[in-house]
Design a protein around this ligand. Structure first.
Ligand code: SAM
Length: 201
C-alpha cells in the first residue's frame, strides 16, 4: 500500500516538474513552445492512434517537448528504436535522452527538415507525428514543411498534426494531398483537433 502511494507521489512530482519546465520554455520562447503546458493524455493517444504500427520503418516525431506524445506512440507498440524525435529546444532534448535512451533524438529545426534529417532516406518513414506550433509561422512555411515531410514519408503514410484552431494548419489542396480531421478533443485544455494529411499525387 505504502509502495503504491510512494510511486503515485513520484509520478505526480515528475508531472509537476514537466509542467514547470514547459512553462519556463514557453516564457523564454513563446512562439516556439506554442503552448503553456504539455498536451493531455486524450489528445496524445488520439494523435498516436493514427500511427500505422504495421507499416515498417521509422516513425518521426516533430516537437516532442517533454515526451507526452512520445509516450503515447510507444504505448501504441512502436519500440523506442523505431522513433526519431526532432526537437528544437536543447533542454527538452536532454530530458528526452534521459527518459528514452533507445530513441534517436535530433536537436534541430523541423522547418529545414530535409537538411536536418539528411541521413533519412526519402520515402522511408512510416508516419510523422507533429506537435509543431504551426500557426506561429506564415502559411507558406507551414505548407513547405508538409511538402518536405511528404518527401520523407512512404507513399500514403500519414502526417499527423494537432491544432487548437478552427481552420486546418495547412490549407487543403486535393490535387496534392488529402486531409482528414477528428472532432474536438474536449478533455484537452485547450480543446484540440487532430489533422491527418496524406499525399495523393
Ligand atoms: C506545443 S509544444 C508540443 C510539445 C509536446 N509534443 C506536447 O504535445 O506537449 C511544441 C514543441 O515543438 C517544438 N518546436 C517548435 N519549433 C520547432 C522547430 N522549428 N523544430 C523542432 N521543434 C520545434 C517546441 O520546442 C516544443 O517542444
Amino acid at each position: 500500500m505504502l509502495d503504491i502511494s510512494a510511486r503515485k507521489v513520484k509520478g505526480l512530482s515528475a508531472k509537476l516538474a514537466d509542467e514547470v519546465r514547459f512553462l519556463r520554455n514557453w516564457a523564454e520562447k513563446p512562439l516556439t513552445t506554442g503552448a503553456v503546458s504539455p498536451s493531455g493524455p486524450d489528445l496524445s493517444r488520439r494523435m498516436a492512434s493514427f500511427v500505422e504500427a504495421e507499416r515498417p520503418g521509422p516513425v518521426l516525431e516533430l516537437g516532442p517537448g517533454t515526451g507526452v506524445v512520445t509516450h503515447a506512440i510507444l504505448e501504441r507498440g512502436i519500440p523506442q528504436s523505431r522513433v526519431i524525435a526532432l526537437e528544437y529546444s536543447a533542454d527538452f532534448c536532454r530530458l528526452l535522452a534521459r527518459r528514452y535512451g533507445d530513441m534517436t533524438i535530433v536537436q534541430g529545426d523541423a522547418y529545414r527538415l530535409r537538411e536536418t534529417l539528411a541521413d533519412v532516406e526519402p520515402g522511408t518513414l512510416a508516419s510523422i507525428v507533429s506537435s509543431m506550433p504551426l500557426f506561429s509561422r506564415p502559411k507558406e512555411e507551414r505548407r513547405a514543411l508538409l511538402m518536405q515531410a511528404f518527401e520523407l514519408l512512404q507513399p500514403g503514410a500519414p502526417f499527423i498534426q494537432f491544432s487548437y484552431a478552427l481552420v486546418p494548419p495547412v490549407a487543403p489542396d486535393p490535387q496534392a494531398f488529402s486531409v482528414q480531421r477528428t472532432g474536438w478533443i474536449l478533455k484537452n485544455l485547450p480543446p484540440a483537433r487532430v489533422w491527418v494529411y496524406r499525399r495523393t499525387s
